[in-house]
Design a protein around this ligand. Structure first.
Ligand SMILES: Nc1nc2c(c(=O)[nH]1)N[C@H]1C(S)=C(S)[C@@H](COP(=O)(O)O)O[C@H]1N2
Ligand SMILES: [Mo]
Length: 230
């Protein structure tokens, strides 16, 4: 079996393993997602509640943009996995590549619709490293020290990608190039720009904004912006 066949087989096993949990995530379990506009590709109103559509793509960061060339870029995937890896640019580009079109919803109320992306599914990266039975969550770490967290059932959805291309051009430094994560079914802060490390964990761990009062679950069609306690 060659490398790609192995990933495809492992991908199917992972899908089966997390299928039930995925069904209970808001994007699959909500009978009345809140929003307006025509039904989108996920069966939800295209514009989530409290959002407005913009053609521009604003830039949000911690005040610092780490400049990592493709040569120096490394992606570490480790933690609760059978096969931790450190990928170089060429290794990453040799993985199965996915093209997709999806929407980008920022918690500060703008949504950018129908963005064409290319990159690698997080599902396929998980298939490569083989999460142990103990793995339940992921913590993403970026080159600017930003962190954010996801449950594995959210992270393995087919439109969660590590993208190197947006709008048919290499992802700019502003938007997290050379590679960032996108989470189309959750607010965009869940997608780390300048991604450096993907750590599988046996329990949840809040990231930068989750520690500062943002929702842990971040579901746009429930107006799920801030954590309940605040
Ligand atoms: N590494 C890193 N990733 C990040 C952030 C950041 O500050 N650093 N900001 C997040 C927030 S709050 C949002 S809304 C989106 C913004 O992405 P954009 O600047 O491409 O619009 O990136 C997210 N990912
Ligand atoms: Mo944000």
């Amino acid at each position: 079996m060659d490398k790609t066949d192995k990933i495809i087989e492992a991908r199917m096993k992972l899908r089966a393993r997390f299928e039930e949990k995925m069904k209970s995530t808001p994007s699959q379990a909500d009978s009345q997602p809140q929003g307006t506009g025509p039904t989108n590709r996920h069966g939800m109103p295209k514009l989530p509640v409290g959002q407005f559509e913009t053609a521009k793509w604003p830039v949000l960061d911690l005040g610092y943009k780490p400049e990592i060339s493709q040569d120096r870029w490394r992606l570490y995937i480790d933690g609760e996995v059978e096969n931790p890896v450190v990928l170089k640019w060429a290794d990453f580009m040799a993985l199965p590549q996915t093209d997709d079109v999806s929407d980008f919803h920022c918690v500060t109320t703008w949504s950018r619709m129908d963005v064409p992306w290319s990159g690698v599914r997080l599902l396929d990266l998980a298939a490569l490293v083989q999460p142990k039975e103990s793995a339940t969550h992921i913590l993403f770490q970026a080159y600017d020290t930003y962190t954010t967290n996801l449950s594995i059932e959210e992270a393995l959805k087919p439109d969660v990608l590590l993208v190197h291309t947006a709008d048919h051009a290499p992802l700019s430094l502003d938007h997290g190039g050379p590679v960032r994560v996108i989470t189309p079914l959750l607010y965009a802060w869940k997608g780390a720009k300048w991604i450096k490390r993907i750590r599988f964990l046996s329990e949840d761990a809040p990231g930068f904004w989750e520690e500062r009062g943002y929702s842990n679950t971040a579901y746009p069609w429930r107006n799920d912006r801030y954590s309940e306690e605040d």
